[in-house]
Design a protein around this ligand. Structure first.
Ligand SMILES: *Cc1c(COP(=O)(O)O)cnc(C)c1O
Length: 374
């Protein structure tokens, strides 16, 4: 058994299927045409990798990338991403000039923000290209529709600010039967119609993935869909979107193997006690990678095409599973998310085990995991 006690180098990584992502983008673009398509890649591309997602999406010719923070936008420019980028979240005073210099667009969510921009550009010939953010019921950020309208009018002949778009965000569309989304769409339609009569080329955007999928009236001139583009559905999967699939897998390799006698405690706290002589495989993935301890509850890993149970508490860097019934060796592939043979472990199962949203499962994966693009 001594020869089994060898460690291999850190072999855990996220595998990204770029062909599937491109396919997802093309399906969405065809369905929404002539509406424009904005792909939000915030929060490290929902854990998939900010640059990796932006690069593939640029090749697939999305119309816009969206990020949450100025830093994400500037990072993408630094890495050579050239297309339109919109910063959705609040921009600090000192970030305004760098964003404009890098040709990034950003949100203005209050008349106060517009004042700050004017102040920054006082002695400059630069022009900020902005999207006014309107609150139609999310109660997070954004102006009331009437405030947005008067700010829009005020900025119509302003030299330092060009209002290129106006947008709002849906709060309830992931529950398509809830009547609230219709009210948000109505409120936004009123404002969008008015602004289009003043400025026909203005970009109006409201829909997230759920809006795109379940409310065709929410599409306007652009949609902002992240979760769907990555292959996931906030609620049911409509027929038209059947070919949209995840492009994300989490893979590793068995790093250690040993036989443990009956009655032995496994991992911290000995929360799991073997009820038989058990062959234990160690896989070098843990909560330090974003594979949270909650995923261990009735959790499984794919090895040799079979689902095997995780045993004991998940550690920061490693977890253990019961491979008694398998003929395995150190270095054999372990799939924690995604397919192996004809079996698959889904993000949704993990979200349920941890009682969190699948968005949170994805966004939790840390920088320690390498992103490998296929
Ligand atoms: C994150 C975000 C989106 C994308 O939401 P998905 O559900 O992933 O499509 C769209 N708009 C705003 C303002 C967001 O913050």
């Amino acid at each position: 058994m001594n020869n089994l006690r060898q460690e291999v180098c850190h072999p855990s990584f996220i595998e990204l299927d770029s062909l599937q992502l491109i396919k997802n983008i093309e399906i969405i673009k065809n369905i929404i045409f002539p509406t424009k398509f904005c792909f939000p890649v915030k929060a490290n591309g929902y854990g998939h990798g900010l640059f990796e997602m932006a690069k593939i999406a640029t090749e697939a010719k999305v119309d816009y990338l969206a990020v949450a923070h100025a830093k994400e936008a500037l990072f993408l420019r630094e890495k050579g991403i050239k297309g339109d980028i919109l910063v959705l979240g609040a921009v600090l005073e000192e970030q305004i000039l760098p964003l404009i210099e890098e040709g990034c667009e950003f949100s203005v969510s209050s008349p106060y923000k517009a004042q700050l921009i004017k102040k920054q550009l006082e002695n400059s010939s630069l022009k900020a290209v902005v999207h006014l953010e309107v609150d139609t019921g999310m109660q997070r950020t954004g102006m009331r529709p009437e405030t947005a309208l008067s700010l829009f009018n005020e900025l119509l002949d302003n030299d330092s600010i060009e209002v290129k778009g106006i947008y709002s965000h849906l709060a309830m569309a992931q529950q398509p039967e809830d009547p609230f989304t219709k009210r948000q769409i109505e409120a936004f339609t009123l404002l969008a119609d008015h602004l289009k009569s003043l400025s026909p080329s203005i970009l109006c955007h409201l829909a997230n993935s759920a809006g795109l999928l379940y409310f065709s009236k929410s599409h306007f001139s652009m949609v902002r869909a992240g979760f769907l583009t990555l292959g996931y559905f906030p609620s049911h999967q409509p027929e038209k979107f059947l070919e949209i699939k995840p492009c994300f897998s989490l893979k590793s390799k068995i790093s250690f193997l040993k036989w443990v006698e009956e009655g032995k405690g496994i991992s911290y706290g000995h929360a799991y006690i073997t009820n038989k002589k058990t062959k234990i495989a160690t896989v070098p993935v843990g909560y330090g990678d974003g594979y949270r301890t909650e995923y261990g509850k009735r959790g499984e890993v794919l090895i040799k095409g079979k689902k095997v149970p995780i045993v004991g508490v998940i550690c920061m860097d490693q977890l253990m599973c019961d491979v008694t019934d398998l003929d395995v060796e150190i270095g054999d592939e372990a799939v924690l998310i995604g397919k192996q043979g004809d079996q698959e472990i889904l993000i949704n199962e993990m979200a349920k085990r941890a009682d969190i949203s699948p968005y949170e499962v994805l966004a939790s994966f840390t920088q320690r995991l390498e992103r490998k693009v296929l």
